[in-house]
Structures are given as C-alpha cells and as structure tokens.
Design a protein around this ligand. Structure first.
Ligand SMILES: Cc1cc2nc3c(=O)[nH]c(=O)nc-3n(C[C@H](O)[C@H](O)[C@H](O)COP(=O)(O)OP(=O)(O)OC[C@H]3O[C@@H](n4cnc5c(N)ncnc54)[C@H](O)[C@@H]3O)c2cc1C
Length: 267
C-alpha cells in the first residue's frame, strides 16, 4: 500500500487500520523540504550514513519510526528511507542506506553526491512508531533496518523509559555491524535495553555473540514472547520469516508492526 499509486479515483476502506484520528490525519502533514547534504559516512562496506541539513523549511516534525521519500535529482522518482535521528533533532535528517548493486540512489552516494548538494525530501510518512503500552518490546533489525530503531530508542531514552526492550540486530559478518557505540550509549541511558547482535555468515575467533539467521536467534534467545510488542525493519525476506515466527512465539498479530524495505527500482 505504502508504495502504491492510484491510477484512477478509488475508495479505500481504512476502518480496519486501528488508527487514532490523529494518526489517521497525520498523513495530511506531509511536506516538501529542501535539504543540503551535510555528511556522507561509510558505516560498513555496503551501508552509508547520510546526514541532510533541513534548509526550507528548517525543521521537520515527525514521529520516531517514520520514513521520508528522497527525490532522485533531475527526476520525479523517489526512494524511501527511515529516519535514524530522534524527533528532538528536527533540524536534520539522518539516513542509513544499503548500497544495493545497481541502485540509483546508491550510485549517487558512490561519489556523485557531495557535501553541500541539494536534495528534495518529502515526508514524514509511515505508521511505524512506539505504541503506548506497558508490554515489553522486541525489535528485530536486518542491515539498514536498524535506522528506525535508533530513532525510536533514542526517543525512549530521552523519555527515561523503563520499558524492557530487546533489540536483535542481524548482519552477515562482524564488519556489517555498525552504530555499536550509539547502542552502547543508549544502554547506559536505558538499563532495560538488551542488545543481541547476530552474525549469519561468519563467526570470527573473537566473536562471543549469537550466530545464525536473526529469526533463529530470536527463537533461541526468547522462546516465549507472549505479552510482547514486536517491531521489525529490514529486507522483505526477513520480515516474511519473522512475522509468522513471532506469532508462533506468542506475540499477538495486532502487536506486530513492521516496515519491509521493499526496493523501489526495477529488477
Ligand atoms: C517504508 C520504507 C522504508 C525504507 N527505509 C530504508 C532505509 O532506512 N534504508 C535502506 O537502505 N532502505 C530502505 N528502504 C528500501 C529502499 O527504499 C529501497 O531499497 C530503494 O529501492 C533503494 O534505492 P536505490 O535507488 O539505491 O535502488 P533502486 O534504484 O531502487 O534499485 C534497487 C535495485 O536493487 C535490486 N535489489 C533489491 N534487493 C537486492 C539485493 N538484496 N541484492 C541485490 N539487488 C537487490 C532491485 O531489484 C533493484 O533492481 C525502505 C523502503 C520502504 C518501503
């Protein structure tokens, strides 16, 4: 739905979406923003951090967990990326971007885009956000899927939240893990935050953490997830595997929220 465009007038029944009126009309707040590239960082061999400085308007109000659409220069195409900064940093847009082979935005980050360049951004979009409840939270991130959770967790830390959160972070090799310092800092501020990184392809001699597919690691570490809220972000195959697993482990389907990082470009 989030990537679809109506080709004609249509009637959409949203009564089953379980949204408050505020959440529903939140969609009306989407704006167009002019930004300047402030920083491009190599986080892993195939993941880049991109910081955009908001220029006009100079701030964007958003909810932790949402995403933006970034326009490809000289085109009317956009690419969706989740915000990794908390809403308290409304003057910037921090994105964490997987360098898909042949990806048009990825190519821009490979030397074509420079500090000071202009990018147009549309947003905020999406319904992913920490739902109010007393339930403990499990978050499952694959690759660049850590982005929305960095935003959500930073906001929880700013709120001095005591809600237990377990963050699973799936990567192939140790060199694919990133933001570890930021997560360690979040753990200092939020003692109820447990962090479980998992490597699926390689087990270095000095690795004492979990190994295997992140979904298998979730099942091994937390075999009973009844009474939890679950949030997922990352590649569609990970989401497809994780949702039925979470239901099997006891999470109610209505308490599972996810953003599948569906690619926009053609195959
Ligand atoms: C709500 C939402 C939030 C998102 N947030 C993020 C985010 O925070 N970070 C992020 O990195 N992505 C995110 N995505 C995904 C991102 O929008 C797409 O991957 C986008 O297509 C990337 O743009 P691009 O121009 O680099 O690649 P495109 O020009 O769109 O090309 C993608 C190409 O890569 C191919 N491809 C797809 N997967 C693979 C693969 N595993 N290996 C090889 N080729 C592949 C596709 O078939 C296509 O040809 C999000 C998507 C959605 C819907």
């Amino acid at each position: 739905m989030c990537s679809s465009v109506p080709v004609d007038d249509c009637l959409v029944d949203v009564s089953g979406m379980d949204l408050t009126e505020d959440e529903f009309f939140g969609g009306d707040q989407i704006g167009a923003y002019l930004t300047l590239v402030e920083k491009i960082e190599e986080l892993t061999p195939d993941i880049r951090g991109l910081r955009l400085r908001l220029v006009d308007p100079p701030n964007m109000k958003f909810v932790a967990g949402q995403f933006v659409n970034v326009e490809l220069p000289d085109s009317d195409e956009v690419r969706s990326f989740s915000l990794a900064n908390p809403p308290s940093r409304s003057d910037v847009i921090d994105l964490i971007i997987k360098m898909l082979p042949g990806g048009r935005f990825a190519q821009l980050l490979n030397g074509q885009l420079s500090v000071g360049d202009k990018l147009r951004v549309y947003g905020p979009l999406g319904q992913m956000k920490v739902r109010l409840s007393h339930r403990p939270i499990v978050m499952i991130a694959g690759g660049s899927g850590l982005a929305p959770f960095l935003s959500m967790l930073t906001e929880l830390a700013e709120q001095n939240s005591e809600r237990p959160v377990t963050l699973f972070f799936g990567a192939r090799r140790a060199e694919d893990l990133y933001a570890l310092d930021r997560i360690a800092e979040l753990q200092r501020r939020m003692p109820a935050l447990r962090f479980i990184p998992a490597l699926s392809e390689e087990r270095p001699a000095d690795w004492h953490g979990e190994t295997g597919l992140v979904t298998d690691v979730v099942a091994r570490c937390m075999p009973d997830l009844s009474g939890h809220d679950a949030y997922l972000a990352g590649p569609p195959p990970m989401i497809d595997a994780a949702v039925p697993l979470l239901v099997k482990l006891g999470v109610r389907e209505r308490n599972i929220h996810f953003d599948a990082f569906v690619p926009s470009g053609g195959a």
